[in-house]
Design a protein. Sequence first.
Length: 150
Amino acid sequence: MKVTFEITAAVPQDEIEVVVRAATLSPDVTQLLNRLNQLGVRPAVLPITVADQVIILATADIIALEVTGERLTVQTVNKIYQINGQLKTMLARLQNPVFVQVGRSVVLNIDYLTALEAEFSGNMTAKMTNGLKLTVSRKFLPDLKRSIGM
């Protein structure tokens, strides 16, 4: 990847213009565009319903989402929430490239990923900053590797 900076009077003083050039619209280009679009966006929130109240979570505080049985577990920096809902619906609501699906029932935030270890079965174990260990399926491993720049 080649990165250059160019000063021009054609762009207003308080704006930044970014142009991405590539031979094709590859997954890497799409990921780069998504990350660029996230810059400058106010911190996103995710409202979730727990019991009789709606709790507003900062998406930056979410470490992982896991489905166990009929319940969706939202693991944050400060607390663990058990809610009703589907993983695919929650992932669509997050709309953030730092959230990567790593299994049929697991999504993790790559900002909290500290290590990946090989398992005997061919899967990987993702170690998170809070000590949480999540299984990364072989099917989803290429997406995770691409997301972390491998």
